[in-house]
Design a protein around this ligand. Structure first.
Ligand code: TYD
Length: 133
């Protein structure tokens, strides 16, 4: 399977809503890195890479965006527009993120520290990596 959604429990009360993310429970790995994309300009498309090993969970905690996913065999576009839904991506998935709403804040949880050598930024190289996989 190319991806799966993880729906987080919302703790609602008369004051508002709260979601908690915990290592190895709500999040199925040990979180080593968190980053977020915000203030993304109109018409921008980001990503254009896959990871050799990295696993990530991507959550649109505000606003919305679309993410194009490709595992070399299947392609799919997923809408991210809920702060209570994480998109779990394992390795070797090509992704492109676009149609960011002005208020979009995309929170990304990763199971490893930043490592440029884990990136595949060339689509043909990605297809080769899949074939050799
Ligand atoms: P980049 O990979 O281009 O972002 P995207 O895939 O969303 O288009 O990352 C932008 C810059 O930030 C680039 O110089 C690498 C750097 N960066 C880090 O230093 N640490 C990180 O954890 C990430 C994700 C990026």
């Amino acid at each position: 399977m190319m991806y799966r959604f993880i729906d987080f429990e919302i703790k609602d009360d008369c004051r508002g809503s709260l979601i908690t993310l915990e290592n190895n429970s709500t999040i199925p790995f040990n979180i080593k890195r968190v980053y977020y994309l915000f203030n993304t300009k109109k018409g921008v498309r980001r990503g254009f890479h896959a990871h050799k090993k990295l696993e990530q969970i991507i959550i649109s905690i505000s606003g919305s965006c679309k993410i194009f996913l490709d595992n070399g065999l299947h392609r799919e576009v997923v809408l991210l527009n809920r702060p209570d839904r994480g998109l779990f991506l394992k390795s070797l998935i090509w992704r492109e993120i676009y149609d960011f709403s002005k208020d979009c804040i995309l929170l990304v949880l990763a199971n490893e520290y930043y490592d440029e050598s884990d990136y595949i930024r060339d689509y043909n190289e990605f297809l080769k990596e899949i074939e050799n996989g």
